[in-house]
Design a protein around this ligand. Structure first.
Ligand SMILES: CC(C)(COP(=O)(O)OP(=O)(O)OC[C@H]1O[C@@H](n2cnc3c(N)ncnc32)[C@H](O)[C@@H]1OP(=O)(O)O)[C@@H](O)C(=O)NCCC(=O)NCCS
Length: 339
């Protein structure tokens, strides 16, 4: 018998069980996974926040956990939406468990007044034959979601030779005299908090969103400080690089994250240059400066992982020039929560 039930992440045994299902599912048949570590998931699921709420439900077959669904609800923006992530252990797939979990989530979301759901779904590797479809894509279609934005995962082997970074930085610098690159690790200096929050908030509307409907996220000092605490507790170190314009405003930023519990990878998070500051090759300058810092601080790291919209020609061109190469697709799916 299959039962669907809420899972309590504060219970160490339940957390270990749900993490094992997630990890096995996330890596099954996937050559370039970006699986969270247990330490990261523990902090994420146990954080009580006024900005985001998580709910986890599980599917048990005769008591054994065989599938999970994680729901994330933004509490200060995008109040009609929710992100949902469903995982079923490979040996238990194609028996309707993924659908049961998703339908259970739909009932919970309706009760919360959320009418749109989103899924981040791994697609095929770039060198797999065209038309190769992953189980997650099948499930999304079966549930009436549509592909709103196609992302490409790229990877960059480290270290990048200094001479290459020097050349890229010098080429870019000629286009932004008067701009200054500033960097910090982990805690945003107080003087930059407002401008940095504005950069974080602008991401949804200023990065290509394809056919997705998304509101800007709400970012203020409380949220920024909370996110820094969560990163710290998770063992993640954020390297931030920002471009200060001649008038003192911040025109763009770049974030690289090094996770203590996840050896090997460095993760590229946001890169953004605000419209008023575009055309000065700040995207390249920010990336190169931050990369230089991180690879010097972490000689043990072997590669950087980044995701970009396939349609984001400028960002992709910067990444390709640095040496990033595509490995796989990732889809951002969206659809109405069924009644
Ligand atoms: C996606 C996933 C959750 C599906 O779980 P599942 O228990 O196998 O799904 P179900 O058996 O309930 O399938 C529901 C429907 O999805 C579709 N589907 C799911 N897997 C499929 C596959 N491999 N091939 C074709 N269709 C598939 C079918 O339409 C299916 O309905 P049907 O069996 O009546 O034809 C599971 O494959 C998984 O954990 N994948 C990795 C994580 C992931 O991609 N999650 C989605 C992110 S939100």
């Amino acid at each position: 018998v299959l039962s669907i039930e809420p899972l309590d992440p504060w219970d160490d045994g339940v957390l270990a069980e749900l993490y094992a299902v997630y990890r096995e599912s996330d890596r099954h048949g996937v050559r370039f996974p970006t699986t969270w570590t247990l330490e990261e998931m523990r902090v994420d699921l146990r954080t009580t926040s006024e900005f985001v709420r998580t709910v986890t439900v599980g599917a048990r077959a005769d008591g054994r956990l065989v599938g999970i669904a994680g729901i994330e609800l933004a509490l200060r923006d995008n109040l009609d939406q929710a992100d949902v992530d469903v995982h079923v252990r490979p040996a238990w797939r194609r028996r309707g468990i993924g659908r049961r979990l998703a339908e259970h989530c739909a009932v919970l979301l309706r009760a919360e007044g959320r009418t749109t759901w989103n899924g981040w779904v791994p697609g095929r590797e770039v060198d797999a034959p065209d038309g190769t479809t992953t189980p997650g894509e099948h499930l999304c279609r079966a549930l009436g979601l549509r592909l709103g934005l196609l992302d490409v995962q790229r990877r960059l082997a480290l270290p990048v030779p200094d001479a290459h970074l020097d050349r890229l930085a010098a080429d870019a610098a000629a286009h932004h005299p008067g701009y200054e690159l500033l960097q910090w690790v982990d805690r945003c200096p107080d003087e930059h908090v407002d401008a940095y929050c504005a950069l974080k908030a602008a991401m949804n509307s200023q990065a290509p969103a394809g056919d997705l409907t998304l509101e800007d996220e709400h970012w203020d000092e409380a949220r920024l400080r909370e996110s820094e605490a969560v990163l710290g507790d998770s063992g993640r170190t954020r390297y931030a690089c920002v471009a200060r314009a001649p008038d003192g405003s911040l025109g763009g930023h770049n974030e690289l994250v090094v996770a203590a519990h996840d050896p090997g990878a460095v993760y590229q998070w946001d890169t953004l240059v605000l419209p008023a500051h575009r055309g000065h090759r700040l995207g390249m300058a920010l990336k190169v400066a931050n990369l230089r810092t991180v690879q010097a601080a972490h000689p043990e790291r072997t590669h950087v992982v980044t995701f970009n919209a396939a349609s984001n020609a400028q960002m992709v061109a910067v990444n390709e020039a640095i040496g990033f190469r595509p490995v796989s697709y990732m889809g951002e799916w969206q659809g109405p929560v069924p009644a």
